[in-house]
Design a protein around this ligand. Sequence first.
Ligand SMILES: [Fe+2]
Length: 406
Amino acid sequence: MFFRQVLYRDLGCASYVLGDHGEAVVVDPRWDIDVYLELAADEGLTIVQVLDTHDHADHVSGRLRLAAATGARARRADPTGEDPDGIAAGEEIAVGDLRILAVASPGHRPEHLAFAVCDLARGHEPWMLLTGDSLLVGDIARPDLAYEATEGAQALHATLRQLTGVGDQVEVWPAHVGGSLCGGDNLSGKTNSTVGFERRHNPLLLLGETEFVGELTESLPSRPPNIEQIVALNRRREADPLPALDALDPDALRPLLAAGVTVLDARAPEEFDRGHLRNAINLPVASPGVGTRAGWALSPDEQIVVVAAEPRGAQRMISALQAVGFWHLAGFALADLEAARQRAVQRLEVLQADYAAARTRAEAAASQRLVELKAEIEKTRRELHDTLLRLVEAAENLGLSAAVPA
Ligand SMILES: [Fe+2]
């Protein structure tokens, strides 16, 4: 058999590729699906089914994209039987000698499934348990994202009792590892375990139901603001074709900025400090948990332009944003400080030329006005002089003496 754990470090997600006899099943694929396509090509596997253990709340599944890219059947956990592509507890998927049995495991979410995996070429008992978001390495998934927390914790307690009954030797491969929103602080940096080790050393599995529920619900972290949006995206049956995003040139960027688009600058802080667009938010693409942080800082409804130093960084940020449900992306702009400086110099030169021309026009107008004023003064002076002459003449006619001033 072929088995590979594929991690998405940014969100602490784990996914799995299981194959045999040239066919493969992918479980809980991340948004960026290139890794599965490359893996399948390298191993000579055809991906025939893509499964989600549950409707994820922290990242958009790559299930529909991967199915669209490979022709595989996309299947989400659906205990209601309403979804024709749903998978319900008790169903067994066969791929070569592999048998993948869906096991009901509510508590994190009602529809949650774990997958017990047998390799008939080795034996007829389960070898691995893909636990999704139920039993994690060193921790237990949070119970409050789809349930009232106590109700979820009680359901998880029953689920864990059932799952750990599968046998101590069975390997545990969870959907989340350290850094995930779906688990707590005790998540180990190790990305797999065994049922027996967890049964003996996972502190929550050592507790009775009352203590378990109390402990699991005691200090739950805040609910991320965009989980409903992500769950809704993960419940779809058809993949929305997302447009390819191009680099925006300054002429295309200007109206977006004027309309108040959110600018997310993905460069390192020191590059950002050297120069950035007004009101830009700096979220370096290289920093850990960038998708999670974007989820806290931005609304999925706002239109976003990504600014990056080079196209690869922009595409990485776009993928990280799309993976947490930010689909209103207007494109990306490359931060070219030298080009921006040259544009600023050119603009300054235009302004200086405009100023000089305006000054010349004002001086010419002032000179012209001065000439006109002098002429008006001279005319007025002459009119006054003529009036005085007439006064003097009138005075002399009356026998009075008068002199005309110069
Ligand atoms: Fe989850």
